[in-house]
Design a protein around this ligand. Structure first.
Ligand SMILES: Nc1ncnc2c1ncn2[C@@H]1O[C@H](COP(=O)(O)OP(=O)(O)OP(=O)(O)O)[C@@H](O)[C@H]1O
Ligand SMILES: [Mg+2]
Length: 224
């Protein structure tokens, strides 16, 4: 009986260590990608945009086409900038999980111009680094999805603890979607959230229906 309990605990500790390493590797890859996007691609696009904006053709048609191309490059630069920004590491060590998610929520709601209920008191307690990082990335993706797909008039981001379980909830009253659709190769966000949570023994629940808004619940067991 005692041996069984010890083996269970060892197993859990081993899984946690593995999860910690995998998450660290993922974060390192994100950082590298973020730098490449920002420093290399971003700089090159900025140079091409400058060149295009500077060219003035003597034919009106060519001039219009150049202006259109310059406009497309500007849009591409903005996309690259957004992608680099979303991949960059969070400042969790300095600010803490609660403040980092509060920032994400208030930024999104300001952008969308909608009210946002935020109650993240439960995230003020110390959490293991891999748990904090996972919850941060989930909040980031869920809020990005709201910005991209939901068109809500209200957003709420809350966290609660009960029975040694922590639940982070990101909810909107926007379009919602058909939750039964299998994620395609172009839709990695929800699948990524599930995988990240599974790594730390957590669980993701998505409640949604067309026209009924969306609720994303991330549940993790707290260590005793
Ligand atoms: N809050 C939301 N409101 C409405 N629809 C949503 C919401 N979140 C997700 N969806 C729908 O679920 C689909 C899958 O979301 P998912 O995050 O997996 O992919 P994505 O956002 O399309 O692409 P990415 O891989 O960049 O995240 C979305 O394309 C969208 O149709
Ligand atoms: Mg997404």
């Amino acid at each position: 009986m005692r041996a069984g309990i010890t083996a269970g605990k060892d197993d859990k500790a081993r899984r946690r260590r593995l999860a910690r390493r995998l998450i660290a590797v993922q974060e390192e890859q994100r950082l590298r990608l973020s730098r490449e996007l920002h420093d290399d691609l971003g700089q090159m696009l900025a140079s091409v945009a400058l060149e295009l904006h500077a060219i003035r053709a003597d034919s009106a048609e060519l001039d219009t086409r150049l202006a259109r191309a310059a406009h497309l490059i500007d849009q591409l630069s903005a996309r690259v900038h957004d992608a680099a920004w979303s991949l960059r590491p969070a400042d969790l060590d300095r600010l803490g999980l609660r403040a980092c998610i509060e920032d994400l929520a208030s930024m999104l709601c300001a952008q969308l111009g909608v009210p946002c209920d935020v109650d993240l008191e439960a995230l003020s307690r110390p959490l293991e680094p891999e748990v904090a990082l996972t919850l941060y990335r989930i909040a980031q993706e869920a809020l990005t999805n709201i910005g991209k797909h939901a068109r809500p008039s209200h957003v709420s981001v809350t966290a609660h603890i009960w029975d040694n379980k922590l639940r982070l909830a990101v909810e909107d009253n926007g379009h919602g979607f058909d939750g039964n659709i299998a994620p395609g190769s172009h839709h990695l966000g929800l699948a990524g959230m599930k995988e990240r949570l599974a790594l730390i023994g957590g669980e993701l629940t998505v409640e949604t229906a067309k026209g009924k808004g969306t609720a994303i619940y991330a549940d993790v067991l707290l260590s005793d």
